[in-house]
Write a protein that binds this ligand. Structure first.
Ligand SMILES: *Cc1c(COP(=O)(O)O)cnc(C)c1O
Length: 414
């Protein structure tokens, strides 16, 4: 069935997450599959216009590779499963996927949404992908046809995977998802054994792994002990459960016992530290992105003049101010106004007034040292004041939000 480009993009849910699609890269996802639904990003699939001032994201492939090597080193050379859910934590799943597909320590990818798995395949990623989600038969078989491993955790997993395998016309690779105390996903550890026995007898699936997630609490050791007990019981019954994995970024620093057979990290790959970990010296990470925008307005204001909604800032002396066309809708945190600074050239300028949806205002000072068109860096590796962890600290938000809230509409560079 012929489709024009417009219909193709409209019908391809993967286009939404194959960041490449609306960043001008080719979307190689197969068209014509039904059950594609419109994306809220649909409008972005249209040709884009830009002045060059709008915010953009620079991805540093060297930093991604460096961070992957650091993780491998800290994890005693265990294979790394790169968690690239949520558009690779905001950095762009197609770009990040391509870089890490070629990184030696990265053995596989893990995602949470089926379109993320398809976006990786569309970007040319060849390594194994694990979908850590519940899938229905139709999507599950599409995943299997794209060589995506599925997570099993529901009571009906046996029948479900059976149907998926039949629909896909091939055996399905499976990782058993165990709830050892997080209470979010997985089959409860205390009733998983008979369930595993049933799955292990199915001929149309291969159990390639078994995994759990830690609540990052003082009960982590107890969780790991439960997981270990379950795996040992399965082994006693002669059941091979494959790769054991439990280690996220937090555990990499704080729960060495979680290393098991593979590590499953997201945040650290992108060059940010979990809370409390940046001073430990366990890993030397480099932020793998810069969030930037061009100055669009420079003005002098007088003492008593206000800035932004509610006159949140009032000048106590004459000063120059500048406006950047980036705001919280682009992913720069609202609360950056509580002490964040922006780097232009080699100087830092405080954020004043408010971070509104599409604009951020900075105080330039007594001299007009910035001009329209200057490039500002709001987050990046270039100064301690704008590191992701430092911004999170100053804005009193989670560092995950500094990355995860980056808008998929940002222009890509680098
Ligand atoms: C997000 C996620 C991870 C990665 O967590 P980080 O803290 O970013 O390393 C690992 N496992 C599961 C199940 C996840 O959902």
């Amino acid at each position: 069935m012929p489709t024009n480009r417009r219909q193709f993009l409209k019908s391809s849910a993967a286009a939404a997450l194959a960041a490449g699609a609306y960043r001008g890269e080719a979307a190689a996802v197969k068209a014509g599959q039904d059950r594609r639904e419109d994306s809220v990003f649909d409008a972005l699939a249209q040709p884009r216009a830009t002045t060059g001032y709008e915010p953009w994201l620079e991805i540093d492939g060297d930093a991604l590779r460096h961070n992957a090597r650091e993780i491998t080193r800290a994890a005693g050379a265990r294979p790394v499963m790169a968690v690239v859910k949520n558009n690779a934590y905001g950095l762009g799943i197609a770009r990040v996927g391509r870089v890490l597909d070629a990184a030696p320590g990265v053995a596989a990818f893990a995602v949470v949404k089926p379109e993320e798995a398809l976006a990786l395949r569309a970007a040319g990623v060849r390594k194994p992908i694990l979908l850590m989600a519940l899938t229905d038969v139709e999507t599950g078989s599409e995943m299997a046809r794209n060589d995506v491993r599925l997570a099993a955790f529901t009571d009906d997993a046996h029948e479900r995977l059976d149907a998926i395998s039949a629909a896909a016309g091939r055996p399905v690779g499976v990782h058993l998802y165990v709830d050892s105390g997080m209470g979010r996903m997985g089959i409860r550890h205390d009733r998983a054994l008979p369930w595993i026995e049933v799955l292990s007898r199915a001929s149309n699936m291969r159990i390639e792994g078994i995994f759990t997630e830690l609540a990052e609490s003082d009960a982590d050791e107890a969780q790991l002990a439960r997981f270990d007990t379950l795996v040992a019981a399965a082994h006693e019954r002669g059941i091979e459960t494959g790769l054991r994995h439990a280690m996220s970024s937090h555990a990499l620093f704080f729960r060495p016992a979680a290393a098991l057979d593979a590590v499953r990290t997201g945040l650290v790959l992108y060059g940010a530290y979990p809370a409390g970990a940046s001073g430990l010296g366990t890993l030397e990470l480099r932020p793998a992105f810069r969030l930037r925008a061009g100055v669009v307005r420079v003005e002098r204001i007088e003492a008593g003049d206000g800035v932004s909604y509610g006159r949140n800032y009032v000048a106590d002396r004459p000063t120059w101010i500048a406006t950047l066309p980036i705001g919280h809708a682009d992913g720069y945190p609202r609360r950056a106004v509580d002490g964040a600074e922006v780097l232009i050239g080699d100087r830092l300028y405080p954020v004043i007034g408010a971070v509104s949806a599409s604009h951020t205002i900075i105080e330039v000072g007594a001299e007009p040292s910035v001009g329209v068109g200057d490039s500002a860096t709001l987050v990046g590796p270039d100064h301690a004041a704008i590191l992701p962890n430092e911004l999170a600290e100053r804005a009193d938000i989670s560092v995950y939000d500094v990355l995860m809230h980056l808008s998929p509409t940002l222009r890509a560079a680098g």
